[in-house]
Design a protein around this ligand. Structure first.
Ligand SMILES: NC(=O)c1ccc[n+]([C@@H]2O[C@H](COP(=O)([O-])OP(=O)(O)OC[C@H]3O[C@@H](n4cnc5c(N)ncnc54)[C@H](O)[C@@H]3O)[C@@H](O)[C@H]2O)c1
Length: 88
């Protein structure tokens, strides 16, 4: 299964991502590190993103603002297409 996790570098997202990955899924994480904008350097989640990248080989991170409807739609369209290509 392929799963999209939003806020994937944050507390809840990283736990969800890890659980799906352990269950054998391919995981696409959407996170633009907005937490850094909110809280400054102490809120930066990039180290968590990098840790997850190293630990989860079927995880891919995309820096997408989930408020950007067009960008999120494009992710779903592209990821679905990649899945169809894998089937053929
Ligand atoms: N932490 C908890 O115990 C808990 C429990 C229940 C529900 N929740 C809910 O889960 C959600 C996440 O909570 P959390 O504790 O993981 O927060 P968090 O701040 O640790 O993680 C949120 C992540 O989302 C990213 N993000 C924020 N705005 C974004 C945007 N516009 N586009 C892309 N990425 C964006 C941030 O960079 C961050 O990495 C919240 O809605 C929270 O209310 C949290």
């Amino acid at each position: 299964m392929k799963v999209v996790v939003t806020g994937s570098s944050g507390l809840m997202g990283s736990e969800a991502l890890t659980a799906w990955h352990e269950a054998g899924s391919e995981v696409v994480g959407l996170d633009n590190n907005m937490r850094r904008d909110f809280f400054g350097a102490e809120g930066d989640t990039s180290a968590n993103r990098d840790r997850l990248r190293a630990a989860c080989p079927r995880f891919r991170h995309l820096s997408v603002d989930i408020r950007d409807r067009a960008a999120v739609s494009e992710v779903f369209a592209r990821e679905r297409l990649m899945r169809e290509r894998l089937r053929t």
